[in-house]
Design a protein around this ligand. Structure first.
Ligand SMILES: *Cc1c(COP(=O)(O)O)cnc(C)c1O
Length: 228
C-alpha cells in the first residue's frame, strides 16, 4: 500500500470468537482526537474505564485496569507477576490455552504441575484437590471458557478447593467476560485477565485485568524481580 492510497478494508461479518463486530459508536470513538497520557481528560477516561471494568468483572478490586495489549499479555502479566523461580504452580489443561499458560510457568522458572482433562471435557474439581495434596502450590490457574473446544468450566467448587489449600486462584476469562457471569469477588478469584475483542465486542488491543488484595500483597512481597 502506498502512502497515497486510502485504507479501505472490505466489510466483513465477524462470526468467530473474536475479533467481533463492533458498534458504530465504538468506531466513531476511535476517530476522535488523540489525548496525551497525562492529560486530565485522559485520566478521567481511564478512571471511568476502570470503574466500568469493575462492574463487568463484578469486583471491588482497586487494581482493575486495561493493559494496552492483547489478552496474551494479560496472561503473561498475571503469571509472571505472581510466580517466582521455584514456586509450585498447578495449571489445568483441557485445551490450547491451558497449554500456553504451562509454557509461561516454565519460562519464569516455576515448577509446573499439570492437571489434564481430555480436550472437550471440563476439569474435575477432584483432580485439582488431588494435585493440591501432592504439592505445595502457590497458585492454581484455569481457563474459564476454553475457546479451542467451547467448554465452559464450572469455577465455584474449584475456587473453594484452591482457597482451602491456601493457594491463589488465577482465571483466564478471555472468551467468558461479557458473555457469561464471571463474578470475581463472589468466587474469590485472585487474578483474572480478558480481552476487548471477544464478548466485549470492542476492537483488539486491550486486556482488562484485575488482582485481589491478596495477589497484590504477593506481588509486593516478591524476593526476585519480575521475569519480564
Ligand atoms: C483468544 C484467547 C486468548 C488470547 O487472546 P489474544 O487477545 O489473541 O492474545 C487467550 N485465552 C483464551 C481462552 C482465548 O480465547
Amino acid at each position: 500500500m502506498s502512502i497515497n492510497t486510502e485504507l479501505k478494508p472490505t466489510p466483513r461479518i465477524l462470526m468467530g470468537p473474536g475479533p467481533s463486530d463492533v458498534h458504530p459508536r465504538v468506531l466513531r470513538a476511535m476517530a476522535t482526537p488523540l489525548l496525551g497520557h497525562l492529560d486530565p481528560e485522559y485520566l478521567g477516561i481511564m478512571d471511568e474505564v476502570m470503574s466500568m471494568l469493575r462492574q463487568v468483572f463484578r469486583t471491588e478490586n482497586e487494581l482493575t485496569f486495561a493493559l494496552p495489549a492483547p489478552a496474551s499479555a494479560g496472561m503473561e502479566a498475571g503469571l509472571v507477576n505472581l510466580i517466582e523461580p521455584g514456586d509450585e504452580v498447578i495449571i489445568c489443561v483441557n485445551g490450547f490455552f491451558g497449554n500456553r499458560m504451562s509454557d509461561i510457568v516454565e519460562r519464569c522458572g516455576g515448577n509446573l504441575v499439570r492437571v489434564d482433562a481430555p480436550w472437550g471435557s471440563p476439569i474435575d474439581p477432584e483432580q485439582v484437590r488431588t494435585a493440591l495434596e501432592t504439592c505445595k502450590a502457590k497458585l492454581v490457574a484455569i481457563v474459564h471458557a476454553e475457546t479451542s473446544t467451547g467448554v465452559l468450566q464450572p469455577l465455584d467448587e474449584i475456587s473453594q478447593i484452591v482457597h482451602e489449600a491456601g493457594a491463589l486462584f488465577l482465571v483466564d476469562a478471555v472468551t467468558s467476560l461479557g458473555g457469561v457471569d464471571v463474578r470475581v469477588d463472589d468466587r474469590g478469584i485472585d487474578a483474572i485477565y480478558s480481552c476487548s475483542q471477544k464478548c466485549l465486542s470492542a476492537p483488539p488491543g486491550l486486556s482488562p485485568v484485575s488482582f485481589s488484595l491478596k495477589a497484590v500483597a504477593v506481588i509486593e512481597g516478591r524476593k526476585s524481580k519480575v521475569n519480564s
